[in-house]
Design a binder for this molecule. Structure first.
Ligand SMILES: NC(=O)c1ccc[n+]([C@@H]2O[C@H](COP(=O)([O-])OP(=O)(O)OC[C@H]3O[C@@H](n4cnc5c(N)ncnc54)[C@H](OP(=O)(O)O)[C@@H]3O)[C@@H](O)[C@H]2O)c1
Length: 236
């Protein structure tokens, strides 16, 4: 893909991985729309990324399909086309299954799993028009289960299955579909404050480089499921 002036949409771009990917895509010449649940927060993040010419801040709660439809409409109104979508927004609550609240369960399912469907459903016709790229941000928790991860594992195993099946449905339109499955990334996830203790982790901009690598891949080749982990795990 020739990246100059291509348009990308990143859900959950106000911080963490989404923000790091946005930084890298903008540096590579793309125009990028980022979203989050609160407009003010997203606008503040967008100011750190670029100018009105290449960044668009959008309020959209991915648990609401109508919000995602409105976000895509805003992008098409602003730039006329959409080439890359990264369904990244996600939350995690970790507790033994007998202690997990219904509220935590539903927030994870509605954000991590229903959200990626809402984002795809709202953007798929625009991606057909550009022969674009749809990516999900899953996790190694989408293939490795662990204690206290029942809810989060359920969503991320679901995202991996969803994305692989969607890839089979959409490649006939020349839409590429991939899922990225990181291990630990230094972000605000689950209340973390990223600092020196997180130096061993993957950094958000590293995921940005990975997204760029996928976008630059020859059209005939599709890494549909990408596992990525810290090369030197924490020595506790
Ligand atoms: N950090 C890790 O180690 C790691 C590893 C593997 C996978 N992941 C996945 O990576 C993705 C990004 O997480 P992160 O680590 O970057 O966490 P983060 O720093 O907490 O960022 C999460 C982002 O998701 C947004 N968000 C949450 N709920 C949303 C909703 N309902 N609608 C729209 N946006 C929403 C947040 O925006 P607002 O708060 O502004 O709404 C924020 O921009 C998640 O899917 C997570 O599961 C993370």
């Amino acid at each position: 893909m020739d990246l100059k002036n291509k348009v990308a949409y990143i859900t959950g771009g106000s911080k963490g991985i989404g923000y790091g990917v946005a930084e890298r895509l903008i540096a590579a010449g793309l125009k990028v729309a980022i979203s989050g649940r609160t407009l003010e927060t997203v606008q503040k993040a967008a100011q750190g990324l670029g100018s009105e010419e290449n960044v668009l801040a959008l309020q959209s709660d991915v648990t609401k399909h109508g919000n995602e439809e409105a976000a895509i409409r805003s992008i098409l109104n602003r730039w006329g086309h959409l080439d890359v979508v990264l369904a990244n927004a996600g939350v995690g609550h970790f507790a033994p299954v007998d202690e997990m609240s219904e509220e935590q369960w539903h927030q994870m399912i509605n954000t991590n799993l229903n959200g990626v469907f809402h984002t795809l459903k709202a953007s798929v016709e625009a991606l057909k028009a550009t022969k674009g790229y749809y990516m999900t941000l899953a996790s190694l928790a989408g293939t490795n289960f662990f204690a206290s991860g029942a809810g989060y594992n359920a969503t991320k195993f679901g995202v991996v299955g969803f994305t692989q099946a969607a890839m089979l449905d959409l490649r006939k339109y020349d839409i590429k579909v991939s899922t990225i499955m990181p291990g630990s990334v230094a972000t605000h996830f689950n209340g973390n404050e990223p600092d020196q203790k997180d130096a061993w982790k993957i950094q958000p901009e590293d995921i940005g480089e990975l997204v760029l690598d996928l976008l630059k891949m020859h059209p005939r080749t599709l890494p549909s499921k990408v596992e990525v982990r810290p090369s030197r795990p924490d020595k506790k």
